[in-house]
Design a protein around this ligand. Structure first.
Ligand SMILES: Nc1ncnc2c1ncn2[C@@H]1O[C@H](COP(=O)(O)OP(=O)(O)OP(=O)(O)O)[C@@H](O)[C@H]1O
Ligand SMILES: [Mg+2]
Length: 231
């Protein structure tokens, strides 16, 4: 179980997270939703250890990982698929995937076949540069790179942003498989509500750095959406 307890974070004078307490259950896709600029990416960076919260704690199972740097959290089993994908454009698809292997603790140094089974296009494009891929293919690469580290917790920051519908569905089915068959913990930042309703189990709504609503995605009613998400 990944959880935050009353975490806060500020960029200088801008407080981006305020007393955020969340729990992310294994075997579920937990969605973090909210308008632009409410702190979703900051939360993901804080979970990954790329930004250090100033108060509260981040816990992975029984362990308080608050003081661990990002590479140590990666070894502890947390992987991030960042907003905007951030693949390495000048490295080949294969080399991008190899970067993900660094988080493994079992010493395996070959890309697991499974990644190519989940995303066959990555096999076809293995020798091409990351920068030559389409947006959807780059998103699949970013997810594949995260999975190459064999994580227990997968954090995804707006994976459907700017992606064509067939790839969105494919990503959704991969997430569903990871939670149902592997019991993985998936944290999904998402603005595309149909995707949240189709593939998510639980949700948190953020506004101005705080949690303002939470529940099962079945309870994501028109009223909740109207109150917290419409601009
Ligand atoms: N590097 C930074 N320096 C200063 N302020 C920042 C920085 N990054 C983000 N912020 C501010 O922190 C707040 C939260 O930003 P964050 O990127 O976490 O929001 P978000 O919910 O991910 O937004 P979006 O939906 O646009 O991706 C915003 O007010 C933003 O302007
Ligand atoms: Mg963001």
């Amino acid at each position: 179980m990944l959880a935050t307890h009353n975490i806060s974070f500020s960029y200088g004078m801008v407080q981006a997270l305020r007393d955020v307490t969340m729990r992310f259950a294994p075997g579920q896709v937990t969605c973090v939703i909210g308008r632009n600029g409410v702190g979703k990416t900051t939360l993901m960076r804080t979970l990954m250890g790329l930004s250090r919260h100033s108060a509260g704690s981040v816990n992975l199972g029984e362990r308080d990982v608050s003081k661990l740097a990002a590479n140590q959290r990666a070894k502890a089993g947390i992987a991030l698929v960042p907003q905007g994908r951030q693949i390495f454009p000048k490295l080949s698809v294969e080399e991008n995937l190899r970067v993900g292997l660094q988080a493994r603790t079992d010493g395996k140094r070959t890309i697991p076949d499974e990644i190519f089974e989940l995303f066959p296009v990555l096999k076809q494009m293995a020798k091409r540069n990351g920068g030559d891929l389409s947006g959807g293919q780059q998103q699949q690469l970013a997810i594949g790179r995260a999975l190459a580290g064999d994580p227990k917790v997968l954090l995804l920051d707006e994976p459907t942003e700017g992606i064509q519908p067939n790839v969105i569905q494919q990503i959704g089915h991969v997430l569903r498989m990871l939670v149902t068959e592997r019991g993985m913990t998936v944290v999904l930042v998402e603005q595309y509500l149909d995707f949240v309703k189709e593939f998510g189990h639980a949700f948190y709504v953020m506004n101005r750095g705080r949690v303002v609503a939470e529940g099962a995605t079945s309870g994501l009613t028109a009223e909740v959406v109207e109150e917290h998400l419409h601009v």
